[in-house]
Design a protein around this ligand. Structure first.
Ligand SMILES: C[S@@+](CC[C@H](N)C(=O)[O-])C[C@H]1O[C@@H](n2cnc3c(N)ncnc32)[C@H](O)[C@@H]1O
Length: 204
């Protein structure tokens, strides 16, 4: 029997390409408020933005002096992100590294990043542990994970959602959760509730 109605399957790269092709900018330009709030107090360093999409968080971070690896498996999303960044000063563009890759498949440097941003990457539930583990393994000791996910999304039952138990259960043991809160979803995503979390990789 097929497991069709067991768990929502996340859209793949082709579906994301179609979505990004279908309109000018899907998510419009402001960076994710949770990311802005949590990173303003951090000294710039090396950052990973996983599932960067049209790149608004990556561009924001590079503008603030971060050197950003902006990873996504949608070529169309990355092209749109690079186009959006083309309006930025050359020094900002030099800090942006648009990287095509699947977080569940492609190799990622380990112990490298001071910051990992995970903004609304909603993988298939079966991929959550793997994806979070790989992102956290990419952090240097003391590095910070700033994560926002949909915990409830009323208008999109096809999109996997994750609560605090699933997310904190997927974190590797050397990650310490420092803050968790819940917020109404941004209207651009529809009605629902978002989980916002900050965690830090313990020093070895
Ligand atoms: C909801 S969008 C969020 C984009 C951006 N972070 C934001 O907040 O606007 C999710 C993004 O994650 C990307 N994505 C989903 N699964 C991925 C995976 N396994 N590896 C890399 N990127 C992935 C999609 O292509 C899409 O651009």
């Amino acid at each position: 029997m097929s497991g069709r109605h067991e768990l929502p399957q996340a859209p793949g790269p082709e579906e994301w390409d179609d979505r990004y092709r279908s309109t000018d900018l899907v998510w419009a330009e402001p960076p994710t408020p949770w990311v802005v709030e949590q990173t303003t107090v951090l000294p710039p360093g090396r950052a990973l933005d996983v599932g960067t999409g049209e790149g608004h968080d990556a561009i924001h971070l590079a503008t603030r002096g971060w050197d950003v690896t902006a990873l996504d498996f949608s070529r169309v999303g990355l092209d749109k992100a690079a186009t959006a960044a083309s309006r930025a000063p050359r020094s900002v563009r030099a800090r942006l590294h648009w990287t095509l890759g699947d977080i569940t498949v492609d190799p990622l440097p380990e112990d490298e990043y001071d910051l990992a941003v995970w903004a609304y990457l909603q993988p298939a539930p079966s991929d959550l542990d793997l994806a979070i583990t790989r992102v956290c393994d990419g952090l240097a000791a003391g590095g910070v994970l700033v994560l926002a996910v949909h915990e409830r999304l009323d208008d999109h039952p096809e999109i996997p959602v994750f609560g605090a138990t699933a997310v904190s259960g997927a974190l590797p043991e050397d990650m310490v959760v420092e803050h968790v809160e819940w917020r109404d979803s941004d209207a651009r995503h529809g009605t629902g509730v978002d989980l916002a979390l900050r965690a830090r990789r313990r020093a070895a």
